[in-house]
Design a protein around this ligand. Structure first.
Ligand SMILES: Nc1ncnc2c1ncn2[C@@H]1O[C@H](COP(=O)(O)OP(=O)(O)O)[C@@H](O)[C@H]1O
Ligand SMILES: [Mg+2]
Length: 244
């Protein structure tokens, strides 16, 4: 398949209680791009990611992954190609051991056990927690849980990696590990974050959401230096670009 594009075309979405979260969002992301989706709390970032994964479906407009529109019918296909790391790792970890959590997706794909074991070992190595494979996920530290959550997605070998606030609550070393991991992943990355220094480090391109619309879309190095634009969208310059 051609998984080279991730597209939103005039996407609108309102929650059942009447809250409009996305109000006509359009973009097109090419294969291998690293895109930061930023915006104030409530701007619609998480909702947008849930629409990319087909957890939610657009009221109007269309989300497409490659040649395929995200609908209930195409979900198995979408889930094979799009891997999402949720904001709260507890949403991703539910088995008795880290190994079984990371093996869950590949086993579901029907892969044989040697292939499953290879994928688990690779994913755990990549996030630096091979030594935790037999531990119970609920006993891990916050940073270890985050790493395990990312490994459950990497073991699916997705073409498109979607992460919601991946550095939130991490200590500096764990944060650096996530940054290095994202820099080393050569397929498409779509990352939401309030950590604009991380976005500056990892992303080539930034989409700014404000009240469910795209307020700006362009090179990270330009947008993240535009103090007036960021302020208008309830954001501040990355710490590394602040004067004092
Ligand atoms: N389950 C929900 N039910 C109703 N409204 C929601 C729900 N989740 C989010 N919202 C609302 O949708 C809007 C966008 O939220 P969200 O996508 O979580 O923003 P962000 O991730 O940018 O903080 C906000 O107004 C938020 O209050
Ligand atoms: Mg959010």
């Amino acid at each position: 398949m051609s998984h080279h594009l991730t597209e939103a075309r005039d996407v609108r979405f309102t929650y059942p209680d009447g809250t409009r979260a996305l109000d006509g969002v359009t973009f097109r992301i090419g294969h291998g791009e690293s895109v930061g989706v930023i915006g104030a709390n409530g701007a619609g970032k998480s909702t947008l990611l849930l629409l990319l994964l087909g957890v939610l479906f657009a009221d109007s407009g269309e989300v497409r992954v490659g040649d395929v529109a995200v609908t209930k019918r195409t979900l198995p296909h979408i889930r094979e190609h799009v891997g999402m790391v949720f904001q709260d790792p507890d949403d991703q970890l539910f088995m008795g051991t880290v190994f079984d959590d990371v093996a869950f997706g590949p086993r579901n794909l029907g892969l044989d056990e040697p292939e499953v074991a290879r994928r688990v070992a690779d994913a755990l190595d990549t996030v630096g927690i091979a030594h935790l494979r037999d531990r119970a996920p609920f006993r891990l530290s916050g940073g270890e849980k985050r790493a395990a959550g990312i490994a459950t997605v990497l073991s699916m070998e997705p073409d498109i990696l979607v992460l919601d606030e991946p550095t939130a609550g991490l200590d500096p070393r764990a944060r650096r590990r996530v940054i290095d991991l994202l820099r080393g992943f050569d397929h498409t990355r779509i990352v939401t974050s309030h950590d604009l220094d991380m976005v500056l480090d990892v992303c080539d391109r930034v989409i700014v959401l404000s009240a469910g619309r795209v307020a700006a879309d362009g090179p990270a190095a330009t947008i993240l230096r535009d103090e007036a634009l960021l302020a208008a969208c309830g954001l501040e310059l990355p710490l590394s670009l602040q004067k004092r």
